[in-house]
Design a protein around this ligand. Structure first.
Ligand SMILES: [Zn+2]
Length: 290
């Protein structure tokens, strides 16, 4: 069996060290300058998220990246896919491929909330009771396995170049770490960044226990898609947000073993253990709330 498709030096020797460094830097920044008050002990949560993520890292490295990459190599060899049909320079085609991939992820993220089977897995990510940079790793390996299928289909449809695909992966993971982090950026800087990028305050609202707030801010890298489709919500102050899923508020039900089993258990409706549904009236704001 030829396993040479598993060799991805750009990812292993540039991307991964960069991502580990970014993770360390964001850990330090969020400890030094916190955005939301953490309600649960941070160290235990961070260790739990990283241990839970171990099988997801294996799936990422052995399937989620190499399988679509093999498809991208094949597409390049056969001039297959939309980007090969357009008269674009390789740099422009690569950049366009990265932007399109982020747009496709916007729709995939909506699907993970709306399709019951996908939500069973994505729910695990949202059950984190506080949100910080470690939440970016808290994905059930099943969710990653399911996304191999559509990622490969996307690569074949667009013909995104192999190099652009690896660059996308590194930028995508970096963006996820950044917007999940609990780093309090000065509000003026965050508002400016948010004209282009998904930022920590924007994504914090997506992790709220209020369903209307969770059903917004689907973007990963660029904030444009939420603006384009009117799903952007920046009106909630971070202090007012309770992070998590209302039916899963008990830490003892969210151990590593329980998290692996969660997708295979009956799913609870979007309500608090006392049966109430968390609500909050919309507070329309032109500028991002602090
Ligand atoms: Zn989500």
């Amino acid at each position: 069996m030829n396993l040479s498709f598993l060799k991805i030096p750009l990812l292993d020797f540039v991307g991964s060290p960069l991502l580990v460094a970014a993770f360390g830097l964001l850990l330090w920044l969020q400890a030094r300058c916190s955005l939301r008050r953490q309600r649960f002990a941070a160290l235990g949560r961070i260790v739990r998220n990283l241990v839970f993520a171990a099988p997801a890292f294996v799936v990422l490295r052995l399937a989620l990246v190499p399988i679509p990459l093999a498809a991208a190599v094949w597409a390049a060899q056969h001039d297959f896919g939309l980007l090969h049909r357009l008269p674009l320079s390789p740099v422009v085609a690569g950049a366009l491929g990265i932007v399109l991939f982020d747009y496709a992820y916007y729709w995939w993220h909506i699907a993970t909330h709306r399709a019951p089977l996908l939500w069973r897995f994505h729910n695990v990510h949202h059950t984190d009771l506080d949100m910080d940079v470690s939440t970016a790793t808290r994905f059930h390996f099943g969710e990653l396995l399911l996304s191999v299928i559509w990622r490969t289909a996307f690569v074949l449809a667009t013909g995104i170049a192999p190099l652009a695909l690896i660059v996308f992966e590194i930028v995508f993971e970096c963006a996820g770490q950044f917007h999940h982090s609990n780093w309090r950026l000065p509000i003026g800087i965050e508002r400016a960044l948010n004209t282009v990028l998904v930022t920590p305050r924007m994504h914090g609202i997506h992790h709220s226990i209020v369903q209307r707030e969770t059903n917004s801010n689907w973007g990963t890298i660029f904030s444009w898609w939420d603006k384009l489709h009117r799903s952007l919500r920046i009106d909630i102050a971070q202090d007012a947000i309770t992070i998590g899923v209302p039916a899963y508020r008990d830490e003892s039900e969210l151990t590593i073993g329980q998290l692996f089993l969660l997708p295979f258990r009956p799913q609870r409706p979007w309500q608090l253990p006392n049966g109430e549904k968390p609500e909050r009236a919309p507070q329309p704001a032109d500028k991002m709330a602090a």
